[in-house]
Design a protein around this ligand. Structure first.
Ligand SMILES: C[S@@+](CC[C@H](N)C(=O)[O-])C[C@H]1O[C@@H](n2cnc3c(N)ncnc32)[C@H](O)[C@@H]1O
Length: 257
């Protein structure tokens, strides 16, 4: 399904999902400019550079970088809501994550690029959650809330016809600008996502989570090695080279212990 078709088919917010502008603040989360809502972004930011607009130099530089970014342009052409979609597509190429049997849970899904990509690649079912509202994506059940909230977790479970065989987390906290604090927060989100995945995944399933340079902490890595057959770190080309982010891909879940 292409972006145009999605727009045509959108008849308003899904039940239980507040409509809102997607993901402006995705650009303010963690690795700020790596993810960015096309719907709320490139189309809307270009005029801000026009004559008479007063912008802080840092804002102007950010906008100029977004406009020059080939993945932002590609995402606009392809109808993806974020350039982040291409990171997921690269990981799918490399690790064959999506099959016609895939039941996906997307943690920190807004504005929705990864979920869109998974559905286009033929995932059977998809459910996503974010602290921020998302415009509905046909074929996916999207929830507004904290992935730690037991009620949200129950809704995610109910949205699928069986246990997920793919749990992905691109979750990132609001950046504080204090590098050590941001690092600790992102590691905490990864740990939460791993705990969630190992409680929910079907045997044989896979997990993808955002980490920072240096990879997962030793303790977490040891636990993952016990729970999964294969663990790899991966830096997609679409992830900016100056960004510390990379992804941990764990495959072959050994099942609940
Ligand atoms: C980098 S963005 C995700 C981009 C997304 N993968 C895409 O392709 O469009 C990270 C998201 O994680 C979300 N997030 C952070 N903590 C969360 C939590 N505890 N529960 C749910 N979402 C969370 C943020 O609100 C933010 O939208």
């Amino acid at each position: 399904m292409d972006g145009q078709e999605e727009k045509r088919r959108w008849k308003g917010p899904a039940k239980g999902v507040k409509a809102g502008k997607p993901g402006r603040s995705a650009g303010t989360h963690g690795d700020a400019a790596t993810d960015f809502s096309i719907d709320d972004g490139a189309r809307g930011i270009a005029p801000a550079l026009g004559a008479g607009k007063r912008l802080k130099p840092s804002s102007r530089a950010w906008i100029e970088r977004q406009l020059a970014d080939p993945y932002v342009q590609k995402a606009q052409r392809d109808g993806y809501r974020s350039r982040a979609a291409y990171k997921f597509l690269e990981m799918d190429e490399e690790f064959r994550l999506i099959t016609p049997e895939t039941r996906l849970i997307d943690l920190g899904a807004a504005p929705g690029g990864w979920t869109q990509a998974a559905i286009r690649r033929g995932a059977r079912e998809a459910a996503g959650v974010d602290l921020l509202p998302m415009i509905p994506i046909p074929g996916a059940a999207l929830f507004l809330g904290d992935m730690l909230d037991p009620e949200i977790q129950a809704k995610l479970r109910e949205a699928l016809s069986g246990p997920p065989n793919l749990v992905v987390s691109d979750m990132a906290p609001n950046a504080t600008g204090h590098a050590r604090t941001d690092h600790l927060r992102i590691i905490a989100l990864l740990e939460m996502a791993v705990e969630y995945a190992t409680a929910e995944l079907a045997p044989g399933g896979s997990f993808v989570g955002k980490v920072l340079q240096g990879g997962a902490e030793a303790g977490l890595l040891a636990a993952l090695k016990r729970d999964f057959v294969a663990i790899r770190h991966f830096k997609p080309k679409a992830s900016r080279s100056e960004s510390a982010e990379l992804y941990l891909v764990a495959q072959g879940f050994r099942g609940q212990r």
